[in-house]
Design a protein around this ligand. Sequence first.
Ligand code: DGY
Length: 418
Amino acid sequence: MTDMIEQARAILRNNDRGGYTVPTHRLYPFQWNWDSAFVAMGWVTFDEARGFTEVERLLEGQWDDGFIPHIVFHAPSDDYFPGPSVWGVEHTPPTSGITQPPVLASAVRRMLDHAKDRAAAEACVAAIYPRLLAHHRWWQRARDPAGSGLVSTLHPWETGMDNSPAWDAALARVPTTTTTPVQRRDTAHVDASMRPRAEEYQRFIHLVDLFRDVGWQPEKMLAVSPFRVADIATNSILLRAERDLLALAERFGQAGHTAEISARAEQMRSAIGGLWSTRLGLFQSLDLIDRTPIDVAISAGLLPLYAGAADASCTRAIAATLQRWAGQVRFLVPSTAPDDPRFDALRYWRGPVWAMMNWMIAEGAAGSGEAGLATDLRSSTRDMIANAGFSEYFDPRDGRGIGGRDFSWTAAIYLLLS
Ligand code: DGY
């Protein structure tokens, strides 16, 4: 076994807090939703039972209506803001009140497919499947009640791409908080030039105040939120997750489940198809407040490939977009197009490369007839991590590791690529 694989496993073990894995020590001291989905797949490469425990512990945070929060606060910590008292959610264990891109069903399907202990994995998935179905039904009911085929996202934190330039205009409509004092902890752990700006945090917290004041009720949140987007990443990840849930429903579901899930997936596929931008050479998010496409090229716009929602001509155009970007930076895939004036090589989602994005884009390329692209992206991602270490994200100009260190999902992606 190579030293890098051993190091990746050691990171997951060191970030293990008893059945759940923190994204990294101090900066993120709880269990995060989409981090855990990637991390669970990473665990399964060397400890199958531990991988399923990761999912079960995340599901301890699931609410009765199927919602899965973006953070589960299993144990107290002063290292993070905003903690449980700001969220004001009544749940045991305490949780946040917003969600995150739903990678979970896709992770569970992959974990099942790769498990060597078939009987144990099948027993776990049989128990998890109804919770996944409830979660997908929540997405449709709470975030697409009109049945448009696109789910709404109500907070930049829900997209996981907090300070992406895609949200600049939509976030500018959100007032800065006047209720909860912002007491940032993140900049004590990571250089401030690599994190969102102070004003963005004040708007992030304003949204939390607003949603807490309506008691985290989905229909009220939709009605009061000044930030409402059809995020291309969330919708693509959900569509992929619907397809994976469909495969699980064939094994573990009841009468009617497969028809229900297929109908949802087909509706999403067609709605996502409408978000193609010929000018940008990728898909766009939609601002649902003023109903305009968000005109900025970001890596999230490549994820319809992962969802199986890009037809042959979009797939070719996406490959050309990546080739163009490869001529502008040394390491793919920058989170924002390098020729966009808002590109910032160091600042979180405004430029840096994220390993799990590369992994999803490569999975999508492999499934869309772009095998060469998939191979190149997988090997450059592995090399980048091998050179720079298991950082949270990477500078696309030179591959330098930036953000948090010893990051769980980067370690998990390395294991998936090895
Ligand atoms: C953070 O705190 O940086 C997260 O992205 C929100 O979950």
